[in-house]
Design a protein around this ligand. Structure first.
Ligand code: MG
Ligand code: ZN
Length: 217
């Protein structure tokens, strides 16, 4: 048991070292890094698409998708003209900094203002594996109920920004969105919270501002 815990500690520490290398690489080229976290189907890719639609003419975007299988998400962003890379994680349920570092080394980062890294759809272990990005954007689906944050406190606490997504569906279904926001605030008072709908576009402009994307005026 003790050995298992030791091993886990070493894995986490090794990841932190590589996360710092990712951050140094991003900073060396002045590229803003945003990690997008959330459960399967929460709307991570859709939120990134909506942001990309609004800023892709002004900012050079790179998208890195972590998925257990398929290149579906990377193809979605490619279709918008966003340079995309796919990391297939196989059986792994989260991305690690080593994979992100490898992907970033495959491109000339000088050519990109912002990189979005979409983690594997999972509300549990990605919290423990920071990827060295400047911001961790959690996409939480409000339509799944007002107890979502309370059920997954660690990922809420790890987030810098929380997009409470699918608010249109949630309101129609009678979900108490205010209660969900109160829970997020209680768990993580420093998190910036934005109510969004990737479908209607609600909150996307605000999210662009909150993420401080370096959009030239
Ligand atoms: Mg996705
Ligand atoms: Zn995992």
């Amino acid at each position: 048991m003790v050995r298992v815990v030791e091993l886990e500690k070493r894995v986490l520490e090794a990841n932190e070292v590589l996360a710092r290398a990712v951050r140094e690489l991003l900073d060396s080229t002045g590229t803003l890094g945003i990690e997008v976290l959330g459960g399967p189907g929460a709307g991570k890719t859709s939120i990134i698409e909506q942001i990309a639609l609004r800023v892709k003419d002004k900012l050079r975007l790179l998208y890195i998708a972590g998925d257990v299988a398929t290149t579906i998400d990377a193809e979605r962003l490619e279709r918008l003209g966003v340079t995309s890379l796919q990391i297939n994680t196989g059986r792994a349920c989260h991305l690690e900094a080593a994979q992100v570092l490898k992907a970033l080394n495959e491109v000339n980062l000088e050519k990109f203002d912002v990189v979005f890294v979409e983690n594997v759809g999972n509300l549990i272990c990605p919290a423990d594996f920071p990827l060295g990005m400047h911001e961790r954007l959690l996409v939480l689906s409000a339509s799944e109920g007002e107890d979502k944050a309370r059920k997954h406190p660690f990922i809420v606490m790890a987030a810098d920004v929380v997009a409470v997504n699918k608010v249109d569906v949630a309101r129609a279904a009678g979900v108490n969105v205010d209660a969900l926001v109160r829970d997020i605030r209680a768990l993580n008072p420093r998190a910036r919270i934005v109510l969004t709908s990737a479908k209607t576009g609600e909150g996307i402009e605000e999210l662009v501002k909150v993420l401080e994307l370096p959009v030239p005026h």
